[in-house]
Every structure is written in structure tokens, then in C-alpha cells.
Ligand binder design. Structure first.
Ligand code: SAH
Ligand code: SF4
Ligand code: F3S
Length: 440
């Protein structure tokens, strides 16, 4: 019998990317094989994100466009999963307006996919299965990872912080930490298969361990993973400034495999706005924390997330954001226009900022950030950096791309056999977002 083919389209963060790798593993165990071509697929899954409106709108657009394909190929199964599906009002929209969707599942029951497919085959009706209150941790699902040398590993799920703008606590459930032995075992098995770089994932890795029944912190976890032979680099995402402990800074400074990069979302430079966002730190707290980190790890690369146009943000508040990014001098930043998310506290705030003001501030923020990124990159000019080679450049097949320990993207000429290897590259030229060099 001909193998069935599947496609997964993924939106959202690393958490979702990694969930898609797990879905892929489950489907391949069922005998499905990957295809890039939707027209040729027997099974298409959309793994969705709800963090901002544009992510949500894209999914509706894509689903609408699949109506024709479904008509042409009635055997095609169409599934939608991920963060959007955790919201009942969105599931109802899908059930009402996108009746050609066959399977709907959520972020907490990926492991049930084979059963859901069976249920669909038996009933031929739309199957909906969502765990409303995600509390469980499911082990024993492997992942069909995109790369063979760097891997995402979940350390915790969910979030308890309820930043007032953010939908994630409502889509991923309450915070829960995986048992350290399960994480260590997974990393060990990845190391045995030749993986060199591990990125530990959690919405707020600094509070790792709080739900365990004994004392064990994220710093302890880093120490244990640092001991695993074969692993060369350890990264993690994301750190909430309110929870970043001295113990963790110490661990980062002393453990040789932990990379010199910290993603430390600030969101806003105004203490007043930070309070309304429920971030639980002030501008001064954040600056003190940065100083402490830089004192201990002087050459650390700092990156961040910033939201522009949160409800009630005044020109003064926004100027404080510009000031703080100049003070901290970030290596890179993800910048977002505030997006109203139904169900969050900020969505009900009255003083929403008009789009044109948001846009104008956003542009000013980028104009402030880009010269800083460039300046930060300049310090690598003529220096030799260690690069983990990741792939062939999309624009030039002679050029390889990879990342330094500091997370900098590097372009250089080389043979694609080097993919997955650590090489030394001398930097000849720097740009705002990339470094260019040659292998030495
Ligand atoms: N747990 C991570 C990030 C999760 S979402 C953390 O706390 O850092 C990633 C980023 O999306 C957030 O840091 C925030 O900057 C942005 N974001 C979240 N909700 C948003 C919204 N409603 N509008 C615009 N940006 C948002
Ligand atoms: Fe969202 Fe805040 Fe939790 Fe991050 S810490 S996922 S921004 S609620
Ligand atoms: Fe990630 Fe989007 Fe969900 S950012 S956790 S995929 S809402």
C-alpha cells in the first residue's frame, strides 16, 4: 500500500515548533511520510498560535484557502491544533465557518493523535478533543527533530505569571516542571545520537523546579546537563527578570557549556507600564539585574522582547523604553505592536492606543535599536568565533550559516559537509543582523 503523506504548518514560538516535531514523530510512527506539497498530502495539520492577532488571522486565511483542495480530495484529513484551539470561542468559529476541518485538538493532548485519527475514520465527523485545564505532563513522546545536531528540550510547561497582555497562560495551562531525571535522560540520549547543542524550553525557565516535590532549581539542572559528554552548548529560553536568581547567574558564569547569551524580555522601559503589565519588576530593578549579570559575565549577549503601544502608554512612557534600550545596548530584540487578546485583562482596558501612534512609535524604536545592534556586532570585527554550522544559505549555495555561542548569525563560504560541525570563523565584515567571515 502507498504510504500516506503529511504536512505540518507551524506558527508561533519554539514551544510550538517543538510540539510539531513531536507530532511529526507520532505520524511517522504511524507510517506517514513528510511532504512539502499540500496538494500531494493526505493529512495536513495547522499548529496554531494566539499570541498576536496577525498569527490568528493567518490561520483563518490558510484554512479558507484549503476548502477547494478538500473538495478535490475528499480523503484529505485536515487537522488544527495548538494554542488557538485551547479557546472555546475559536473552536466554535472553526466548527461554524470552516466545516471542512476534520480534527481539532489542543496543546495538552498531542499524544492522543493516533486515537483521534481513528475516531475520525470511524465516525467521519469532526473530532474535537481538547484538555481545557492543562495540568498533566506527558513523557515518552519522542520528536522528529528538524536538525540532527541541535535540539529543543522542554523543561517545563505552562505559565503562572498572567502578564496582563498575554494569552499564553490561558493556552498552555498552569506551570509545571518535568522531573529532572526525565530531562537529563532525554539530553543524554540526544548526546548519544550526536546532538551538540541543547535549548531548554519553558515560558519562564527561572521558576523551574517550583512544582517538584524536592529542592531542585534551574541552576541545578544546568549543572547536571553540563556534565553530559558530547553536549557542547547549552541554551535556554525564556528568563523572566523577576525570577532570575544569583544562583543562576553564578551557574551561567561557571559552567563551560552554558552559552554567553541571555534572552531577558523587558517589555517596556516605564515602571508605570510594567506595573500595569503585571511584570513585577521596575525599570530600576531591571537595570540593576543587567549590571549584576554584566559584572559577573562581562561579554554576555543580551536580547529582549519589547511591546509598543500597551494600553495607556504615553509619549513619556515610550521615551523611557527608548532610553532603557540605549542604556542596556541589546544585541538583538523582538519588537511587537501591542495586540488585543480577548480574555486577557489588558483587552478590557479603556485607553487603547490608536494604530497610527503604535506604528509611529514602533518605527522610532527600530530606528533606535538597529544602530545599537550594529555597534554590538562591531566588536566581533576581525575576531575569531566558534560557529555551529547549521545550513546552506537560502540565497547562495556556496555560503553556509551558523551561530556563535553568543547567538550571532554568521555567513561564510564552506562545504555543506560541515553542517553540524563546530568551526572557527574569522569575521571580516559585520552588519546589523549578521556577521560575515571565513573559516580558518
Ligand atoms: N514567556 C515568554 C514569552 C512568551 S510570548 C516571556 O515571558 O518572555 C513572546 C513575546 O510576545 C512576549 O515576550 C511579548 O513581548 C510578546 N507578546 C505577548 N503577548 C502580546 C500581545 N498581546 N501583544 C503584543 N505582543 C505580545
Ligand atoms: Fe506571557 Fe508573561 Fe507568561 Fe511570558 S511570563 S508567557 S509574557 S504571561
Ligand atoms: Fe507560543 Fe503562540 Fe502558544 S507564542 S505558547 S504558540 S500562543
Amino acid at each position: 500500500m502507498k504510504s500516506k503523506k503529511y504536512t505540518i504548518v507551524t506558527y508561533g514560538c519554539q514551544m510550538n515548533e517543538h510540539d510539531s516535531e513531536k507530532i511529526s514523530w507520532i505520524l511517522e510512527n504511524m507510517g506517514y511520510i513528510w511532504t512539502d506539497d499540500k496538494e500531494d498530502s493526505d493529512f495536513i495539520i495547522y499548529n496554531t498560535c494566539l499570541v498576536r492577532e496577525n498569527a490568528e488571522l493567518k490561520v483563518y486565511g490558510q484554512l479558507g484557502a484549503l476548502k477547494d483542495l478538500k473538495r478535490k480530495n475528499p480523503d484529505l484529513i485536515l487537522a488544527v491544533c495548538g494554542c488557538m484551539m485551547q479557546r472555546e470561542e475559536i473552536r466554535n468559529i472553526i466548527l461554524r465557518k470552516y466545516r471542512h476541518v476534520d480534527i481539532i485538538f489542543g496543546t495538552g493532548n498531542i499524544h492522543k493523535l493516533p486515537q483521534l485519527i481513528n475516531r475520525y475514520h470511524q465516525s467521519n465527523e469532526t473530532v474535537v478533543d481538547v484538555v481545557e485545564d492543562n495540568r498533566e505532563i506527558v513523557e515518552n513522546i519522542d520528536a522528529n527533530r528538524k536538525y540532527s545536531f541541535k535540539a529543543y528540550v522542554n523543561v517545563m510547561y505552562g505559565c503562572n505569571n498572567f502578564c496582563t497582555y498575554c494569552i499564553v497562560p490561558y493556552t498552555r495551562g498552569r506551570e509545571r516542571s518535568r522531573e529532572p531525571e526525565n530531562i537529563i535522560e532525554e539530553v543524554r540520549s540526544l548526546a548519544e545520537r550526536g546532538y551538540k547543542e541543547i535549548t531548554l524550553l519553558g515560558q519562564n525557565v527561572n521558576s523551574y523546579g517550583k512544582t517538584l516535590s524536592y529542592d531542585y532549581t534551574f541552576a541545578n539542572l544546568l549543572e547536571d546537563i553540563n556534565k553530559i559528554d558530547g553536549i557542547k552548548r547549552i541554551r535556554f529560553m525564556t528568563s523572566h527578570p523577576k525570577d532570575l536568581s544569583d544562583e543562576l547567574i553564578e551557574a551561567m558564569a561557571s559552567l563551560d557549556k552554558v552559552c554567553e547569551h541571555l534572552h531577558l524580555p523587558i517589555q517596556s522601559g516605564s515602571s508605570r507600564i510594567l506595573k500595569v503589565m503585571n511584570r513585577k519588576y521596575t525599570k530600576e530593578d531591571y537595570l540593576r539585574l543587567v549590571e549584576k549579570i554584566r559584572n559577573r559575565i562581562p561579554d554576555i549577549a543580551l536580547t529582549t522582547d519589547i511591546i509598543v503601544g500597551f494600553p495607556g502608554e504615553t509619549e513619556e512612557d515610550f521615551n523611557e523604553t527608548l532610553e532603557i534600550v540605549k542604556k542596556v545596548e541589546y544585541d538583538s530584540a523582538f519588537t511587537f505592536l501591542y495586540s488585543i487578546r480577548e480574555g486577557t485583562i489588558a483587552a478590557r482596558m479603556e485607553n487603547q492606543i490608536p494604530d497610527d501612534i503604535k506604528q509611529e512609535r514602533f518605527q522610532r524604536l527600530l530606528d533606535t535599536l538597529y544602530p545599537i545592534f550594529y555597534k554590538k556586532n562591531l566588536k566581533y570585527q576581525d575576531k575569531v568565533v566558534e560557529v555551529l554550522v547549521e545550513e546552506v544559505s537560502k540565497n547562495n549555495e556556496k555560503v553556509l550559516t551558523g551561530r556563535t555561542r553568543h547567538g550571532k548569525l554568521v555567513h561564510f563560504e564552506g562545504d555543506k559537509k560541515l553542517i553540524g560541525q563546530l568551526v572557527d570563523v574569522k569575521i571580516d565584515n559585520v552588519k546589523t543582523f549578521t556577521l560575515e567571515g571565513h573559516i580558518i
